[in-house]
Design a protein around this ligand. Structure first.
Ligand SMILES: [Zn+2]
Length: 392
């Protein structure tokens, strides 16, 4: 099978800038992928993501889409792209992370996980094979292996057991995935859309905060062989120093000739830290989750628009930001919208936040190409002064 179409254009220290080509879009890396849990990036129209932010890839969540609207609907309408009208790339997660968040609603066996739907209590089952089948029906460009996600504070022995199960599941994911690329559900509508090319499969390195287990998980995952490699199990409640320690330890050891993806992380500072260790891809709910609660990311730090100090502030959220929200609306007006319970407050701040994240990655790519990444990172961190509490 043809490996993923990926090339590094420039390396600057461990940081690298590259190009990833899928059957639907050309993705410049490092890249931030907005999260579209329900095949919708919360509060933000695809038109804005396409035209103003130039997002080339977004996420869909297998767990949520499996429960609602369900796989049959995707088979009938011809996959996630036709259903949602997003015709650039999708990355779908495996459903594992969400299932393992349902502590008292699940039963884990070697075969897979039985759980009750949080929507109606009905019994459901996910396994490596089922997850690959769902992701084939969704027709995403990048598919994630089905893994077990141990809690961030899991002990050494529990984490080892978990990563051994994850390695066995990764192998089963690979086998089922390869078969589906030959006779899968998505092939018909991919051809009908005038596209060619298979889905890509990414493996996931687990091991929580235990560096020896991270090494072991990486070795086992690389042995199976994937198109890209993800770092899972971070930003799940551990101390930031633990996360940064894992990134420093493992990222540059991951295969250099494949994209590296840090799952579910994080703040703008976290992204730059990870890029400095050689990570290429990111996703996180923070821009939209904070947008809904009044938290805005700016070049001078995090602010919360609920703060009374913004009541008559005629400045935009971020004077340096080129987004259409900052070109037009003041902090005072956005604060008023939030206080009045207007839904526009959430959509406008989410819009700004996503623009800010995508723009940060664009500037990061430029800095790497100019071999100025360290200076860029330092200047960015030096500029962070405002420090309101926002949700993380
Ligand atoms: Zn803005």
């Amino acid at each position: 099978m043809k490996p993923i179409d990926w090339e590094i254009k420039t390396a600057d220290g461990n940081a690298r800038s590259g190009i990833l080509r899928t059957r639907r879009s050309v993705i410049e890396t490092p890249v931030f992928m907005p999260v579209g849990t329900q095949a919708s990036v919360k509060g933000v129209r695809f038109e804005w993501l396409e035209n103003e932010m130039d997002a080339r890839i977004i996420l869909g969540n297998t767990y949520h889409l499996y429960l609602r609207p369900g796989v049959d609907i995707f088979k009938q309408v011809g996959g996630l792209h036709r259903f949602s009208t997003w015709d650039r790339s999708y990355l779908t997660d495996s459903g594992g992370f969400q299932v393992f968040s349902l502590n008292d609603l699940r039963r884990l066996t070697e075969e897979g996980v039985e759980f009750r739907s949080h929507l109606d209590g009905s019994k459901k089952f996910l396994s490596p094979e089922v997850s690959m089948e769902i992701q084939a029906a969704l027709g995403s460009e990048i598919v994630m292996v089905f893994d077990e996600c141990p809690p961030g504070d899991a002990g050494h022995e529990a984490t080892r057991k978990s990563l051994e199960l994850t390695a066995r599941w990764a192998k089963r994911s690979r086998v089922r995935f390869d078969r589906l690329q030959v006779d899968g559900d998505d092939l018909g509508h991919i051809e009908a859309d005038g596209l060619s090319g298979h889905q890509s499969l990414f493996g996931i390195v687990q091991g929580a905060g235990h560096l020896d287990l991270r090494d072991e998980s990486l070795e086992r995952t690389v042995d199976i062989g994937f198109d890209g490699y993800a770092i899972g199990g971070l930003s799940v409640g551990e101390e930031k120093s633990v996360m940064y320690g894992v990134l420093e330890h493992i990222a540059s050891k991951m295969p250099a000739d494949a994209p590296r993806y840090l799952m579910g992380v994080g703040t703008p500072e976290d992204l730059l830290e990870a890029v400095s260790h050689g990570v290429d891809m990111f996703d996180c709910v923070m821009p939209t989750r904070n947008g809904r609660t009044g938290g805005a990311f700016t070049s001078s730090g995090k602010i919360n628009i609920r703060n009374a100090r913004f009541a008559a502030d005629r400045e935009p959220l971020d004077a340096e930001c080129k987004c259409s929200v900052c070109q037009r609306y003041s902090r005072a007006y956005l604060r008023h919208l939030y206080q009045a319970g207007e839904m526009a407050a959430a959509t406008l701040i989410s819009h700004h936040n996503l623009f800010f994240y995508l723009d940060l990655m664009k500037k990061t790519r430029e800095a790497i190409r100019n071999h100025q990444f360290d200076v860029f990172k330092k200047n960015f961190l030096d500029g962070l002064a405002e420090n309101d509490t926002v949700d993380v």
